[in-house]
Write a protein that binds this ligand. Structure first.
Ligand code: 13P
Ligand code: SF4
Length: 309
């Protein structure tokens, strides 16, 4: 019996003992997705966290996702495999400048991407994910000015989709998607001329301009599964291969390397390992602990988003 199999068995047994649910984002290692009770994008995982009846939520993703799950479940135990699994978008948007902006511009509606700290969420009027950002911005009365934060590429794309002019956009970026060079995508298109290009909206405008379809992580996976095309160039994190191949084993998926790591992997998402998943269940730690006050304030903008279908 291989070591990996025995750890997998331990995890299954611990999940049962703890009455735990393992929620995994599509960017997790395949071996973690294999053991997950639910795999999804950030919106689907927030919705799953909202309705779970488990006593323990083990969130295999990045920290802001687990914080969101905790806000929605203040009484449950929420654990993560690695509490240092952060996100460059969260780092790009500290809470102090947002508080200062609100003082200067009290008329603005703050629309925050879910990729923000719980403190920033607490200062926001409504949240969004890449899946519903266009609908969220459309839900705000046209005469109200908007501050959209923190992803500049998502913000620009949403502005283009909605035609909204009274929208300021924070200048944060994802270290994975924002560093996919259009030049490398052009090379991939030359190498695979019949491939359909699908892209996450965190990619730069020059990449999005070459895409046949733009959508959230799960939207890209569904699009590839339903399309008649046989080949795809996929401009997002390569963990999505797991579901792409599961849905359509006969199709081909090509990934483009970014400038940072010459790969298409999120270094934060990949901090989680099977061993850390096992240890989190065993020790019920590292645990997400938040004050009642911050959870109370962050819940409303999250629930406003979840109410938009
Ligand atoms: P999704 O909302 O598509 O899951 O994206 C989350 C994320 O971190 C993208 O890099
Ligand atoms: Fe954050 Fe980018 Fe990683 Fe998503 S892929 S968690 S946005 S750093």
């Amino acid at each position: 019996m291989s070591v990996a199999v025995s750890i997998a068995e331990e995890i299954q047994e611990l999940k049962h003992q703890r009455n735990a649910v393992l929620l995994a984002h599509h960017y997790q290692e395949a071996e973690i997705q294999e053991l997950a009770d639910f795999i999804g994008d950030s919106l689907e995982l927030a919705r799953k966290a909202q309705t779970t009846t488990a006593d323990v939520i083990l969130f295999a993703g990045v920290y802001f996702m687990a914080e969101t799950a905790k806000v929605l479940n203040p009484k449950k135990i929420v654990v993560v495999p690695d509490q240092n699994a952060g996100c460059s978008l969260v780092d790009s948007c500290p809470v102090e400048p947002i508080r200062a902006f609100k003082k200067l511009h009290p008329d603005h509606i703050i629309v925050s991407y879910i990729n923000t700290s719980v403190e920033v969420k607490a200062e926001s009027d409504i949240l969004c994910t890449s899946r519903n950002a266009v609908d969220v911005v459309r839900s705000i009365p046209a005469d109200k000015p908007v501050l959209f934060l923190p992803d500049v590429n998502l913000g620009n794309w949403v502005q283009k989709q909605t035609g909204r002019q009274n929208m300021r956009i924070w200048q944060g970026a994802c270290i994975v998607h924002a560093t996919f060079p259009a030049r490398r995508l052009a090379e991939a298109k030359s190498a695979h001329p019949t491939a359909v290009v699908v892209a996450h909206p965190e990619c730069p405008p020059a990449v999005l301009a070459m895409a046949d379809y733009i959508g959230s992580t799960s939207a890209l996976i569904t699009y590839c599964a339903q399309s008649d095309a046989q080949e795809f160039i996929v401009m997002t994190e390569s963990g999505v291969q797991y579901s792409l191949k599961k849905n359509s084993p006969e199709k081909s998926f090509y990934f483009v390397n970014n400038e940072n790591c010459n790969c298409s992997e999120c270094p934060y998402m990949k901090m989680n390992t099977l061993e850390k998943v096992r240890d989190a269940l065993l020790n019920l730690a590292p645990r997400v602990e938040l004050s009642a006050e911050i959870m109370e304030r962050a819940r409303l903008p999250i629930e406003r988003m979840l109410a938009i279908q």
